[in-house]
Design a protein around this ligand. Structure first.
Ligand code: PHE
Length: 449
């Protein structure tokens, strides 16, 4: 009975045009921009890699982003029902459901990481983080291995559940309209700070010095995978957000705005991070090690480091929270449609379920479940691996094949015709599926160089 619910959407269930673009940028600008993109750029040829990344955004990222928003708006429904409504085929509804499941699982551990950033924000501003002689690696391992992460995970679930419960315009849109400008201000403050540190040039050089000799098939696949992840594709987010967009909104220009926003934020993040790292003689790295172990050591030595460190973690927290809200909305929208629940009820039930499912992840980063591994991976790593490397590419593949082959009216909904339509179809039918499969094979280790 996937098609039984065709309730017209209430007023508060709509984005304004600018609210939609901001919310989509809020989703796409996440921890990936802050702690992954700068590092892979620095490592794989600086400005040369940056150009390659732009190419990947254009060839795979933007076409799939446009396809997701088009499916959402065309179907006016959640990430499973939209597929069904547009083709009347149950099988597509089930394939779409996969991405709802992906979003639910991603949220379960993303809330854990977002929680860490909240804890570090508080610890920085209070100065607790910066005591003499602290070993930041130790400090993180002790924190993540304790039970406090569950508290912060709960805080993230409550906050994002609350935003979602308030609705699309009064919740998601408002939240992003407040946080994204704040995010930009903090980012610019930190950029000025980092560029004026002694020896900042070495950091900029590491990040941007073009080295075309480092570009190879492997860096191309890394750039592709990141373009995909960075735009929050393959998990129904842009489908769900697209279902709240007005018919008059040009999806083509929204696509360009979101891609551009994502790129600019990633670029500035690199300019914040590397000068800071290099200026204090630390080693550049990515992910947890960079954010929770290396950078605190830099802030500890900086004048007013508690404030700059606090602002940095606040930046991470905002990036994570605006993404978290977008992920949570996917299963909530599904539950509302599927079971006829009110938004509030769906938000509460899904958030609680997601919290419970995420507890093992929270406790497996060195915590009580840390020693339980499967194939050498902790529960946390396993959920991350399954979603990022298996389910998300699969979700992306479903979107490209659906838009390229199954749904005949995609071009009309997207507002494309002539050359642009043919180009879009060529990318969706052939280029994107092939590249997504290659990235998938590479990331699960079936293809290597
Ligand atoms: N796009 C976000 C980033 O770049 C990550 C993300 C992935 C957010 C999936 C939501 C869903 O960090």
């Amino acid at each position: 009975d996937q098609g039984a619910e065709n309730v017209p959407k209430a007023k508060g269930e709509r984005f304004t045009s600018s609210g939609f673009i901001l919310a989509a940028i809020g989703s796409s600008v996440g921890l990936g921009n802050m702690w992954k993109f700068p590092y892979i750029t620095g490592k794989h040829g600086g400005a040369a890699f940056f150009l390659l990344f732009i190419g990947c955004l254009i060839v795979v990222g933007l076409p799939v982003l446009l396809a997701e928003m088009t499916i959402g708006r065309g179907g006016r429904a959640n990430a499973s029902l939209a597929f069904y409504k547009l083709t009347n085929k149950k099988a597509w509804g089930y394939l779409g459901f996969l991405s709802v499941l992906t979003a639910f699982l991603v949220m379960s551990y993303y809330a854990v990481v977002a929680g860490w950033t909240l804890h570090y924000t508080v610890e920085s501003f209070t100065g607790l983080l910066f005591q003499q002689g602290t070993d930041y690696k130790d400090k993180f391992v002790t924190f993540a291995g304790g039970s406090w992460p569950v508290f912060w995970q709960a805080a993230v679930m409550i906050l994002s559940g609350w935003v979602i419960a308030r609705g699309v315009s009064g919740g998601i849109e408002k939240f992003n309209k407040i946080l994204i400008p704040g995010f930009l201000v903090i980012l610019l403050v930190l950029m000025v700070r980092s560029l004026t540190l002694p020896g900042a040039g070495a950091g900029v050089e590491f990040f941007l010095k073009p080295d075309f000799s480092k570009l190879d098939a492997e860096s191309a696949l890394i750039a592709l995978g990141h373009a995909f992840f960075s735009l929050s594709l393959g998990m129904g987010i842009m489908i769900t957000y697209g279902s709240y967009v007005d018919k008059r909104q040009s999806l083509g220009s929204a696509t360009l705005a979101i891609g551009f926003g994502d790129l600019v934020y990633a670029f500035i993040a690199g300019i914040v991070i590397f000068p800071t790292v290099f200026s204090y003689g630390l080693k550049p790295g990515e992910g947890v090690g960079l954010a929770f172990m290396a950078l605190p050591a830099a802030f500890a030595q900086m004048p007013f480091g508690a404030i700059f460190g606090g602002l940095f973690f606040l930046l991470l927290a905002i990036a994570a929270l605006t993404s978290a809200v977008s992920i949570l909305e996917v299963p909530v929208a599904y539950a509302m449609n599927r079971w006829g629940w009110t938004r509030k009820k769906a938000a509460v039930i899904v958030s609680v379920a997601c919290f419970v499912v995420g507890i093992p992840s929270a406790l497996s980063v060195g915590g009580v479940l840390g020693s339980f591994t499967l194939g050498g991976k902790s529960i946390f790593d396993l959920v991350d691996f399954m979603t990022s490397y298996v389910l998300m590419p699969l979700g992306g593949l479903v979107v490209t094949l659906f838009t390229g082959y199954a749904w005949k009216l995609a071009g009309e909904e997207a507002g494309l015709s002539g050359f642009w339509y043919r180009a879009w179809m060529f990318l969706l039918r052939i280029v994107s599926p092939v590249l997504i499969i290659l990235v998938f094979l590479y990331s699960v280790g079936l293809l290597s160089f």
